[in-house]
Design a protein around this ligand. Structure first.
Ligand code: ZN
Ligand code: ZN
Length: 266
């Protein structure tokens, strides 16, 4: 199995997952031309994508979706309550490719995918736990706090993508209007570096070794600040970085690290 983030942040999000028999995109938050470029950078093409899964209807997650579905033929999994919000520019036969999901598990090829509702200021927002060949990968971005049921489900993940959106001090000092700052720190906004660090330590104690800090703000965070916050929390909890636990961060402008996991046969 291969997984690589193609870009993450308020200007666009997309993650590529490849298993033995499926190629999946989680979110299409870049224009089709930009996404095609980013896929090419990792040796892939849009024609070969089997399925798209959407987290929520904000434009940084669906920007290129309709253009993608007009031109190519992947199945597209969208929560039933946001299908019309996500597909405003799409009509006719293209809608046939859309499969409505709710809060129940579904499969794409050999991957079992379990969605979880996340608290965020969209109509619906989903986090996902992907299980394939005995491996588990969890992705949670765009959430004001981590719901207990998703945290429980993430336990034992091999790899976790977790939002580390802002540094609270930098957010309070940045040029955003007060109302926007209140929205970001609310229970329906985004996770701060400190919140992400707490979650990472909990999951590391339950055996997760690989973490990717995701959806970093360009105005109220820096990769260094996000990294240091979680790194310090892990070290304070007794973990040795680059030995017990590996911490990486995703970028807005380009793809992040490739992760490869072997899948068991059964
Ligand atoms: Zn977002
Ligand atoms: Zn959002």
């Amino acid at each position: 199995m291969r997984i690589v983030n193609l870009g993450s942040g308020s200007k666009g999000n997309c993650t590529f997952l490849q298993t033995k028999n499926a190629k999946i995109l989680l979110d299409v938050g870049f224009s089709l031309s930009e996404l095609t470029k980013r896929l090419k950078n990792i040796g892939e093409t849009p024609e070969n994508i089997d399925a798209i899964i959407i987290t929520h209807e904000h434009s940084d997650h669906i920007k290129g979706l309709c253009a993608f579905l007009k031109k190519y033929n992947p199945k597209c999994f969208i929560h039933k309550d946001i299908v019309s919000d996500c597909l405003k520019d799409l009509q006719g036969r293209n809608i046939d490719k859309v499969i409505e999901i709710s809060e129940y598990a579904f499969s794409v090829g050999d991957v079992r995918i379990m969605p979880y509702l996340l608290p965020h200021d969209s109509k619906v927002c989903l986090g996902f736990v992907f299980s394939v060949g005995g491996k588990k990968i969890s992705i949670a971005t765009d959430l004001g706090y981590m719901p207990e049921n998703m945290l429980d489900a993430m336990n034992g993940s091999d790899l976790v993508f977790i939002e580390s959106n802002h540094d609270k001090k930098m957010l309070m000092g940045c040029m955003y209007p007060y109302i926007v700052k209140q929205r970001i720190i609310s229970d329906h906004g985004h996770l701060s570096n400190d919140q992400a660090a707490d979650i990472i330590v909990k999951l590391a104690k339950n055996g997760t070794r690989y973490f990717v800090l995701s959806h970093l703000s360009e105005n109220s965070n820096t990769p260094e600040q996000a990294y240091l916050t979680s790194a310090k929390a892990l070290e304070n909890a007794g973990f040795i970085l680059e030995k017990d636990v590996y911490l990486r961060y995703s970028r807005q402008d380009k793809n992040g690290n490739n992760f490869y996991f072997s899948e068991s046969e059964d």
